[in-house]
Design a protein around this ligand. Structure first.
Ligand code: PAF
Length: 273
């Protein structure tokens, strides 16, 4: 596995690889089994797998969240090596955002709702970094985890609207045994919060099952919200949306997705089904 930090070494290594056979996995590090599932998928669909580890300052609306984001370079490298990644790049901030950098990618549509409405500038940061990484890496495929369902729809919109030559591949959510979606932020849950956290998944699952059996959408969502609040979750949203546009729906159908964001203490949990 080749490990690079500066842009010149990265491009040199990248240019040795066959253009038509690269799958890219963008990450912010603190890798877990969710990321490794992306790497596994990348290795199945292409000959070469490139991973980036870059905690993108532009997508954090809270400075504290950026500062406390876990940075575990040595552990991450070990995991990527064990999972047969070909090339890892730890971009420098000045390579992604040079001093006079002045162009951003603004996605509207699915980026305006939910996470986009609650975290100002978040999707501008995500779209801009992913666009720049795509330009440097020129992958044939890029793999993203379904845990950030809205993020996938925003990137799909950008790729379609800007006619970017990359095929996006979704990878299903990887969960702990008790159902909690794997996330780099789970490590910040206290012992008590960790015991409570899977209730978010259980509520999604129960609500989903009821809706599939024909339950009335409005009542099912109200019950889920009330159960979660009683259990001590501070809900940002728990709702049903069209899976592509992210617009709220009033009738459950095969294009629907349940999405939720809830806080337990200082940790914000995202999930969807
Ligand atoms: O999902 C993430 O980890 C990040 O949003 C991404 C796609 C690596 C962009 O910084």
């Amino acid at each position: 596995m080749i490990i690079t930090h500066d842009l010149v070494s990265f491009l040199k290594a990248r240019n040795q690889l066959d253009d038509k056979n690269i799958a890219f996995v963008p990450t912010m590090g603190a890798l877990h089994e969710g990321h490794l599932a992306l790497v596994k998928k990348a290795r199945e669909i292409a000959k070469y797998c490139i991973v980036t580890i870059f905690v993108n300052p532009l997508q954090f609306d809270q400075k504290d969240d950026f500062i406390r984001y876990p940075k575990l370079e040595n552990e991450d490298v070990k995991l990527l090596e064990q999972n047969q990644v070909d090339l890892v790049w730890f971009p420098k901030v000045e390579d992604i955002y040079p001093p006079d950098f002045a162009t951003h990618i603004v996605v509207n549509g699915p980026a305006l709702l939910w996470e986009g409405a609650l975290r100002k500038g978040h999707f501008l940061g995500v779209a801009t970094v992913v666009y720049r990484l795509f330009k440097f890496i020129k992958p044939q495929f890029a793999c993203f985890g379904e845990k950030d369902w809205q993020q996938i729809q925003v990137i799909r919109r950008m790729v379609a609207d800007l006619i970017l030559p990359v095929i996006l591949v979704n990878v299903p959510i990887i969960r702990e045994k008790d159902g909690l979606a794997k996330s780099s932020r789970n490590r910040f849950l206290s012992e008590k919060e960790r015991i409570k956290a899977p209730f978010l998944y259980k509520t999604l699952q129960q609500t989903y099952d009821q809706l599939q059996k024909g339950a009335y959408l409005f009542s099912a969502l109200e019950k889920a919200r009330s159960d979660l609040e009683k259990a001590g979750f501070n809900l940002d949203y728990f709702t049903a949306v069209n899976k592509n546009s992210l617009r709220e729906i009033s009738n459950w159908d095969s294009n629907a997705r349940l999405i939720t964001a809830a806080r337990l203490g200082t940790v914000r949990l995202l999930d969807n089904m």
